[in-house]
Design a binder for this molecule. Structure first.
Ligand SMILES: *Cc1c(COP(=O)(O)O)cnc(C)c1O
Length: 505
């Protein structure tokens, strides 16, 4: 076999020591089945603290809102509920998430409702007095109607904007740039109409800020959007409105792969494989969006940038430090000069390192040497007690290796050499591959071993899970390290308190 192309996961404490506790993880899967999700609620609190540290560094006030949609669990939201109310809140995108956040102990002043909303969601948000991040003009009209019809108190609202256009820069040399189209938010060009509507309906809504959420990692686009929001805030003040918040959404990202060279080597090799200058690196030569057109690689790889030199809080720091395109001062300075508060809504980045997904190895076999096709023949198939919906890293274009957790400590034999395998799921479906990538492991797994997919708490754990074929949906447990040992409970049993009897703290 040629040199293994590893994409080893970036692992930080306490995930590192959890992965070292192989016996503990095996006993959890023995008791609760495969697949199994394991969460580390302490880590989400630490991540929120890191975002807060960036606020402090830039002397900014405002709240960090966890985008609940990244993970359905209770443990993470309850752990956040226990933090400083002025510093940490939750962003909910459905009636179910709003109910859940309330039940986890978040008071309405710490809850922000985002995304397009149905009438029940709007009513409950308005009834309890959560902040409503308005997605469209129509939604503003609906909310106003609900507030009046049911005699509710005035509701704090933010206006979510999109499709920002930057004017030519002050020297007149700039190109007109527009951020990508989005299904969400109101086009920034229509903001005057929106503000007039807000003014007309001052009895029902109070404008507290303007917002954006751009689903991109492009910093330049975000700095431009931030500057636009500051300009809209100026327009508000001219009109006699008094908003105080700029909400820059989420999308701070996560680094999944530890090593820049591994990532570089892998992506280069993928291109070569698509060109046919090296053997396929994927199931049936899948190209992740790249294709060979007469000896030239075309298309763009639909991959998450799994190696990130800066992500999460570091990315926020970078964004706040960058000069904005027309005013030319760091975005943090702009916010500070205007006395604007900053809201962020990280999902993936707050869930970074907060959990893993475990699957038992059910079968290991080698496909027949199929002379017809060449590719797909004579390959190792490792069948897992999970399917592609249970660990949807692939769905999000995240390529990263699982960690092999042996059933028994082995003595080191001939088998202990690196091997490329395909990870297949528990559905009777040709397409049910955990990843289409050939995954390199330090040795061939054995039946009964576990594979741990690290860092799945953001979107990869329960977002796409389903009940096809009546295969079990993963249970979720919360784990906490206490005096050198790991303790666990079901996710729904986790509360961020200490019992005299010693339940999870
Ligand atoms: C999904 C979403 C987020 C979170 O995005 P991440 O990339 O997970 O940080 C934040 N705000 C809104 C409005 C969203 O829809």
């Amino acid at each position: 076999m040629d040199v293994p192309l590893y994409l080893q996961p970036r692992l930080e404490p306490p995930l590192t020591s959890l992965l070292d506790a192989g016996g503990f993880l095996h006993s959890l899967v023995d008791a609760l089945g495969s697949p199994l999700n394991v969460l580390l609620p302490e880590r989400i609190a630490e991540n929120a603290e890191r975002f807060r540290a960036v606020y402090r560094e830039h002397h900014l006030a405002g709240r960090v809102y966890f985008a609940h949609k990244a993970n359905r669990s209770s443990a993470l939201v309850r752990r956040l509920a226990a933090m400083d109310p002025a510093a940490v809140g939750v962003d909910v995108a459905s009636l179910g998430e709003l109910r859940h956040a309330l039940a986890c102990g978040l008071t309405p002043d710490r809850i922000m409702a985002t995304g397009p909303k149905d009438p029940e969601f709007l009513w409950l948000a308005a009834r309890v007095g959560a902040t409503v991040n308005l997605d469209s003009h129509g939604e503003l009209d609906q909310l106003v109607e609900i507030v009046r019809k049911y005699g509710l108190s005035r509701i704090d609202v933010l206006l979510r904007l999109s499709e920002f256009e930057s004017a030519a820069d002050s020297a007149g040399a700039g190109v007109r740039l527009r951020s990508r189209r989005s299904r969400f938010g109101s086009p920034a060009g229509e903001v005057s109409d929106l503000l007039s509507a807000v003014e007309r309906n001052r009895d029902a809504v109070e404008l507290t800020g303007v917002a954006y959420h751009l689903d991109t990692t492009a910093l330049a686009e975000k700095v431009r959007a931030l500057e636009c929001c500051v300009q809209v805030m100026d327009e508000c003040r001219v009109r006699g409105l008094a908003p105080r918040v700029v909400d820059i959404g989420g999308g701070f990202g996560v680094g999944y792969v530890a090593d820049a060279d591994q990532w570089e080597r892998y992506t280069t090799a993928l291109t070569e494989a698509v060109l046919g200058t090296r053997p396929a690196l994927t199931w049936r030569g899948h190209g992740y969006g790249l294709r060979n057109e007469g000896g030239t690689v075309r298309g763009t790889a639909a991959l998450y940038p799994a190696y990130r030199p800066t992500a999460g809080p570091g990315y926020l720091d970078e964004l706040l430090s960058l000069p904005t395109p027309s005013l030319g001062r760091p975005s943090a300075t702009l916010l500070l000069e205007h006395l604007h508060d900053l809201y962020v809504e990280p999902g993936r980045a707050l869930a970074d390192q907060c959990g893993l997904s475990l699957a038992r190895v059910l079968d290991v076999r080698r496909t027949g040497e199929d002379s017809e096709s060449g590719s797909g023949s004579g390959e190792y198939l490792v069948r897992l007690g999970m399917n592609a919906g249970d660990v949807s890293l692939e769905e999000h274009g995240v390529l990263v290796d699982p960690v092999l957790i042996p059933r028994t400590a082995s003595e080191g034999s001939d088998e202990e050499s690196p091997v490329g395998v395909h990870l297949v799921g528990n559905l009777c479906l040709e397409a049910d591959l955990i990843t289409r990538r050939t995954v390199y492991l330090p040795r061939l797994p054995r039946i009964g071993d576990l594979l741990a997919f690290a860092n799945t708490a953001g979107y990869a754990m329960d977002f796409h899970a389903h009940r096809a074929q009546r295969q079990p949906v993963a249970r979720t447990v919360a784990v906490v390290r206490e005096g050198g040992t790991w303790r666990w409970c079901l996710d729904e049993e986790y509360w961020p308190i200490t019992h005299p009897g010693g339940a999870l703290s």
